[in-house]
Design a protein around this ligand. Structure first.
Ligand code: NAD
Length: 362
């Protein structure tokens, strides 16, 4: 049996609990993994002087595969997001978030089966910003006036939205290649090209061009972002693979997670040409951290994606089957799912859920 080396970044808050649960299930599935545990997050600022130590990035460069828990990012001030930094450092340009109904999980629908493909490297998330009142902001405002691009109030903070041909082309191609590889029939491009002609307009133009290369193999359609949100809420079954620029993809991921039972269920992967980092969509949930209340399903399903990536498809399938069995049985559901589904009974702890899952492995 092959042995795999994987970097494990437990992260902050419930990440510590969900990572331990994920390790327990992966090990119980029989896959041989050597975990290189690496730090990142708020606690690292005190111990390492940075939320993303060099040694953590070096570990992922060595192993090429990582699974991480969520990392808290202070709102408005403090360090920039560790997630954004990691994606940049390792050029993890594609974010994949499969959204599937799990019978018994309390979703709004029981037949959702779509995949969100989110561009990960640019757009408003690139972190190119000018503070209100700064010299940079003043000069930029002046330039916009001079160029006739439009007027910006002098007391504005500015975040730049940039979308390139290079990044759009590779993410749309990634979406089509994913569709081909996974037997998916259609790729939808979501945009606001009607308003942002030079950024979203470019994304849409590139998407249409790339789509031509796949004509006859994978269908293509396009949707204005606001309509896409409404369509997702009213009838998610009309979607198969949806490709988004960065910010819309982030928002749509949580929206879509809400359709199938919430954040506790939504797995994800950040991938590039060389490296892959798997992680749940949810954050560090400080409101329930350290209380053994977290739902580890999202991280366990992220691990199943990781096992597919490592070629351990049989173990991945067994873990997915066990997750389905535990939800279908309904005796060990965590509090978030009990609330979402309105099901009676005491909520299971993270540990109880995990042990039920291990017992359900075939
Ligand atoms: P959150 O996802 O942490 O929590 C939102 C709500 O969902 C909370 O009520 C929480 O209790 C619940 N929840 C989330 N995951 C759950 C789970 N597995 N089981 C049960 N309930 C769960 O979002 P937030 O509160 O906006 O963010 C908290 C922190 O996490 C912030 O610092 C944010 O920057 C960070 N964050 C990190 C990542 C990441 O590292 N990938 C992603 C999103 C947010």
């Amino acid at each position: 049996m092959a042995q795999h080396k994987v970097t494990l970044i437990p992260g902050d808050g419930i990440g510590v609990e969900t990572s331990a649960a994920m390790q327990r299930v992966v090990e119980a599935s029989g896959v041989d993994i050597v975990w290189d545990v690496a730090p990142a997050g708020a606690a690292c600022v005190e111990t390492h002087g940075t939320p993303l130590p060099r040694e953590t990035i070096e570990s992922v460069r060595r192993t090429k595969v990582a699974i991480k828990g969520p990392v808290a990012t202070p709102v408005g001030t403090g360090f920039r997001s560790v997630n954004v930094a990691l994606r940049k450092e390792l050029d993890l340009y594609a974010c994949l978030r499969p959204v599937q109904s799990l019978p018994g999980a309390g979703g709004r629908y029981d037949d959702v089966d779509l995949v969100i493909v989110r561009e990960n490297s640019e757009d408003l998330y690139a972190g190119v910003e000018f503070e209100e009142g700064s010299e940079g902001a003043r000069r930029l405002i002046e330039l916009c006036e001079e160029e006739g691009a439009g007027s910006i109030r002098p007391d504005s903070g500015i975040s730049i939205k940039s979308i390139s041909v290079t990044a759009s082309e590779r993410i749309v191609r990634h979406a089509f290649e994913y569709a081909l590889e996974h037997g998916r029939k259609k790729v939808t491009a979501a945009h606001k090209a009607n308003i942002m002609k030079h950024s979203d307009g470019l994304f849409l133009r590139v998407a249409r061009d790339v789509a031509k290369e796949y004509e006859g193999r994978v269908a293509f359609d396009e949707r204005i972002m606001d309509a896409c949100c409404m369509n997702l809420v009213m009838d998610p079954t009309q979607f198969d693979v949806i490709v988004f620029p960065n910010l819309y993809g982030d928002l749509a991921s949580d929206l879509a997670a809400g359709l199938v039972g919430g954040l506790g269920l939504a797995p994800g992967a950040n991938v590039g040409e060389e490296y892959a980092v798997f992680e749940a969509v949810h954050g560090s949930a400080p409101d329930i951290a350290g209380q053994n209340k977290a739902n580890p399903t999202a991280q366990i399903m992220s691990a199943a994606m990781m096992l597919d990536h490592l070629g351990e498809v049989d173990a991945a399938a067994r873990i997915r089957r066990a997750v389905c069995a535990v939800y279908a049985e309904g005796a060990h559901l965590t509090g978030d799912i009990r609330r979402a589904s309105g099901s009676a009974g005491a909520p299971a702890t993270c540990t109880e859920f995990t042990e039920a899952l291990v017992a359900a492995l075939d």
